[in-house]
Design a protein around this ligand. Sequence first.
Ligand code: NZQ
Ligand code: ZN
Length: 386
Amino acid sequence: MNNFEFKNPTKIIFGKDSIKKLENEIPKDAKVLLLYGGGSIKKNGIYDQVKKALAKVNIVEFGGIPANPEYALLMDALKVIKDEKITYLLAVGGGSVIDGTKFLSSAALFEGETPWDILSKNIRTEKGMPFGTVLTLPATGSEMNSGAVITRKETKEKLSMGGPGLFPEFSILDPQVIASIPQHQLANGLMDAFTHVLEQYMTYPTEALLQDRFAESILQTIIKVAPKVLKDPTDYKAASNFMWSCTMALNGLIQKGVPTDWAVHAMGHELTALFGIDHARTLAVIAPSHYKFNFEAKKEKLAQYAARVWNITDGNTDDKAYAAIEKTVAFFHELDIDTKLSDYTKDYEGTAEKIAQRFTDRGWLGLGEHQSLSPDKVEKIVKMAY
Ligand code: NZQ
Ligand code: ZN
């Protein structure tokens, strides 16, 4: 096992009717900016629950944060933070609202030239404005990690940021919020969390026995609850297991002491930036090609995953590893998620070259667990995904 340090300061408040506990978490003298998305919280009752819990708190609101949080709009929110002398941020939403809030947390205290530098120069945030979250969509794990991904439409870019100053102080996870999520977003959440585990697992064996079992157990849980969640999002047992799996998939725990890949996300983010495809669906497009292209390097773990997660025991290592990729693709299809770029856009010619060029320009010359996935290999993988 590799050496590691682990600190995750986010307090999780999990369970039925837990949104009312908000009032215990926000400092009484805070001036709060309540951030939310396109309005789902006003239809499903979450907004009312939040307002009720914060009846005694001084609140300013900023709604309209879109999926794939947009830089230009967040700059408007930053102005509100400065003009209104906000001291505390509260995100009520999915990954996009939470990531947007993380950007604001960092930008509010940023002393450099332009907050865009936080993203383009990958400046680590050591300290941000304090914030908490009420999660409305299980998927990204953003509610318990310190990363964020921000989009800039103007330049068709989607860039990451992070740092120890960007953990939420608390996150409220009430699985009942799932009831109002549309089917395709539920599928996205299942898909995203599943891939988060794969990115931290599908590398090479390192005898990190416990981490492997953590990862496999999250994958197994997602596979088990997926049909139940999709069939009946008011099924509390399924919803609670789904929600906790998504958080555990990307709160830092399972990646400790093991190599990680993250190339599927790096390529996927470009597909969102270029075509606006939902984050989770870009992963379904890239992952199968990525595992086929890197078959030799990953086949030991693919075969372990085949046996332990999919109960595939016939054949040699190659057979099992290949069958595992097939099973994974079939699972994505069961979620009603398409796995080819051409399923999403007719305009895909030249995409592979474009992404490879962007990676070259950014100096991303070696991605993956061996830092060996060069832009020419990225180009081949994306082409395989057409
Ligand atoms: O905007 P509203 O009206 O609220 O509607 C949202 C949005 O349209 C809707 N929704 C959320 N909760 C709902 C609901 N609708 C009904 N009932 C509810 N309870 O769902 C839509 C999608 O929301 P969004 O927040 O965009 O989805 P998700 O949580 O999948 O977040 C995706 C973003 O997170 C980034 C992605 O790149 C993407 O920008 N990621 C963040 C990560 C992180 N911070 O760790 C890691 C991930 O890999 C990912 O990159
Ligand atoms: Zn993701």
